[in-house]
Design a protein around this ligand. Structure first.
Ligand code: SF4
Length: 326
């Protein structure tokens, strides 16, 4: 390990002051400490924000859900309102990491977590995300777990979060605060595709702090759920996943929200699948036809050609599970 300083803050202004001077925020530390041990990240100053009052799940005036940035994954998954209103969020959290990690890791940290690309974590490998301009070892290397959607010539790493896929499907918003200003960013704009700057991963300004993730009220009740396909049943990242939320009334699908994980450089919203569902009656044929759009625009690599077909089957299966649930 290398030397660094640690500052503990007790209010938001103190945190923002430290953050605006280059301090890195840390709460659960379940990603950042690993990366520091591997010297992938070498911050001079850590700002411990775990004492800030950002640990509540509240219902907003408009009936949405606001999950504080420091709510742990376990707390969010177990919250009665989350469980009953958005099972897709609870399930995505419960299928993530291990129980010990879920007890430490926060919602804010979860959506900020960095890729599991092995070359990113190997400081001897070329990696544009870790060391801009150095190249991408994954392009010609072992890229079975990498992305097929949203990739660029600079980077093909997947975003590892499960709950971010649920947030993408539900069109969540990220609440941010900086020195002198608060703002809200649609989840779809918060995480950035790699393009030519894979080292820039979030639409954060210098020193900005995530305060909450808000799931807007959906006036029509949604049935929802999350399916994760992985090489082993626990403590593993997704090869593919699907977050699905449907409103079915009078035997017709009135609203559909679908996103995929394990396949994109960011959680991958699937509007073409949604469009194929809306106005239709649930049936095996519909699930199969709609899911054919899941891998539109996919650009597979040498070792992950299977992901396009696996994604379609994952989406089809989860559409059926949610669409036919009582
Ligand atoms: Fe780095 Fe991205 Fe290439 Fe992985 S895929 S080695 S994170 S540039």
């Amino acid at each position: 390990m290398f030397p660094f300083s640690l500052t503990t803050v007790s209010d938001t202004r103190e945190a923002l002051n430290a953050g605006s001077h280059g301090g890195r925020y840390i709460a659960g530390g379940t990603t950042l400490v690993d990366l520091m041990r591997e010297t992938v990240e070498r911050p001079d100053t850590l700002v411990d924000i775990s004492g800030l009052p950002l640990r509540e799940v509240t219902v907003t005036e408009r009936g949405g859900l606001r999950i504080g940035a420091l709510v742990t994954m376990s707390e969010a998954a177990a919250h009665p309102k989350v469980r009953t209103t958005y099972p897709v969020v609870s399930q995505s959290l419960e299928l993530s990491a291990s129980a010990q990690l879920r007890n430490m890791a926060t919602i804010g940290g979860n959506i900020m977590q960095r890729t599991r690309c092995t070359y990113f974590r190997d400081v001897t490998a070329a990696c544009n995300k870790r060391d801009p301009g150095s190249g991408c070892a994954a392009m010609e290397g072992f890229n079975r777990s990498h992305a097929i959607l949203g990739t660029s010539d600079s980077c093909v790493a997947t975003h590892p979060s499960d709950v971010a896929v649920a947030f993408a499907a539900l069109e969540a918003r990220v609440h941010l605060v900086g020195l002198g200003a608060e703002r809200t960013v649609p989840f779809a704009d918060f995480l950035l595709k790699p393009g030519n700057t894979p080292n820039r991963e979030q639409a954060l300004r210098k020193g900005e702090l995530i305060t909450a993730v808000e799931i807007p009220a959906h006036p029509r009740p949604l049935k929802s759920g999350y399916l994760k396909v992985r090489d082993r049943q626990s403590y593993e990242f997704a090869l593919t996943s699907a977050a699905v939320a449907l409103h079915i009334r009078g035997g017709v699908i009135r609203e559909a929200k679908v996103a995929a994980g394990g396949v994109g450089t960011v959680p991958w919203h699937l509007p073409a699948v949604e469009e194929a569902l809306i106005g239709e009656r649930p049936s095996d044929r519909l699930w199969a036809e709609a899911s054919t759009h899941a891998a539109d625009d996919a650009r597979p690599l040498q070792h992950n050609r299977f992901k396009g077909e696996l994604l379609k089957r994952t989406v089809e299966r989860q559409l059926r599970i949610v669409g036919e649930s009582r």
